[in-house]
Ligand binder design. Sequence first.
Ligand code: 6PG
Ligand code: SF4
Length: 628
Amino acid sequence: MASKIPALNDTVADVTRRIRERSAERRALYESRMADQHRRGVHRGELSCGNLAHGFAACGATDKDALKLMNSANLGIISAYNDMLSAHQPLETFPETIKAAARAMGSTAQFAGGVPAMCDGVTQGQPGMELSLFSRDVIAMATAVGLSHNMFDAALYLGVCDKIVPGLFIAAARFGHLPAMFVPAGPMPSGLPNKEKARIRQLFAEGKASREDLLEAESQSYHSPGTCTFYGTANSNQLMMEMMGLHLPGTSFVNPGTEMREALTRYATEQAIRNTAQSGDYRPFYKQIDERAIVNAIVGLLASGGSTNHTLHLVAMAAAAGLTITWDDFTDLSAVTPSLMQVYPNGQADINHFQAAGGMSLLFRELLGAGLIHGDIPTVFGTDLTAYTQEPFLEDGTLVWHEGPEKSLDEEVLRPAATPFAPTGGLTVLDGNLGRGVIKVSAVQAEHRVVEAPVQIFEDQNDLKAAFEAGDLDRDVIAVVRFQGPKANGMPELHKLTPYLGVLQDRGYQVALVTDGRMSGASGKVPAAIHMTPEALDGGPLAKLRDGDVVRLDADTGSLEVKVDAHEWAERTMRVGDLDHYHVGLGRELFGGFRHLAMRGEEGAGVFGGFEADDLARQEGQIHDEDA
Ligand SMILES: O=C(O)[C@H](O)[C@@H](O)[C@H](O)[C@H](O)COP(=O)(O)O
Ligand code: SF4
């Protein structure tokens, strides 16, 4: 397979090298820890009879006999099933499929633990959204609780949506001695086009559509089990897992409830067993995922116009694997990564259209052919990544893989690297006297990428809605929504603001959003400087802004500046936000520790610290436990 790997793009090679070099010490400590955990072996062999008996007390006779044998594999299943996310509901039946497939190979699979999952669609614009980002790290912790039984030779991670896959990945990295297999459920069939849904929302925001019209449109768009069909964070997750070789080739966007989906779940089980130490082709997570895989994920995200949330999640995910990545890595890779995919919010199509136009196998073919991703990384498929130009087929009920299409079947959705939608990935860091943030312009029309206007400041997204409805925003305006960072209120997505800001843009005003909060992966048309770091509560300059200050957002040059005399700006006092209403109700009082521990956006906004990087700093006396 390696013969298909062309020369790597110079910038991709440079960014990969600089990640490897800046991470060298922490990565070496990470790898030594994972190797040591592997040497200590699967605890099942060391468990006292009492421990082991507890571990399989509830199993049937066949599984009990198998579990006593140390040479058969026991798989740990971690699942994020619940009925609240349409994307996760299909996972309900996966464990039985997995257990049966494992038994058929003389091995076993145990449901090691469930993890929570929050639907950002259900909580969008609601208080629950303030737990959303923190739920990523709760999911990582819950996964560790399940795997801590240490009875397992490999782990299958069942999850799809926004923070769930990043949380599972963080835990998989910390159990890096285990072979990992990520198992998706796939997108729901296409319903009402996302663009039409967004149009009805704007009409409703203007009072030109009824609540009944809105609910009808939403229900036609989100209508059955499976992942929502826009290209948001959930579908970005699937693409990135495949780009890192943690999925089977072409599994990301096969619909749930199909024979193919069932066959892929069975095959994933069988392959996970083949990847265990007992099988002789030991493929642990930590030997698979290094800086090359992370760069592949970033390039895949950029080429596809993926979710801005991954400028947070990928930083935290990389840190868990002993790697330090920065927003400048994203910017530099974006400059050489062409936009090859236009799926809503970056276009009219949905993820099923992408799959029909050629899907992942064609995206791999184009990115490998352009030397933009590392083809020489080990994968869960037992090959290197050049095998991922194949896609799965069922032939007389047997799952096989064949080379996918060599050309796009719809160049309105998926294009070759030679004739991209745009020469760059459309993700830029914004720098200036308001801090650092990110902006995704792949869904912003060129004429809206530079906005200079007076700011109107809000400290709660509901106040912006009220100002819009009162007609106070019918002008050129940069809406600043501050005190939305991880330390303030958990860094919610402010996607509910999209229809209001979209109406103002459609009325011809210059409009933009600046916030230390997040936006949804489904946000797009209005220029938004998000993840502003440091956040307002943490000494960030957003706290010095006043209504009427003129700000210039220039996505083309990557600058965000307030036009206030430097001396006056230096003299400005910092506004102290009234945040108490964010900290009680719907469980938010349980997350005060997370808000205290939360790292900055550019560091991934997590609560675990820097793992080995912190350990090394402590050893060198740079930080002391009481400072942690
Ligand atoms: O990052 C994301 O992709 C979003 O969080 C997404 O998961 C969320 O559910 C959107 O809010 C759904 O879009 P609508 O709110 O437009 O339905
Ligand atoms: S994509 Fe978003 S709205 Fe859809 S199920 Fe996942 S979290 Fe919920």
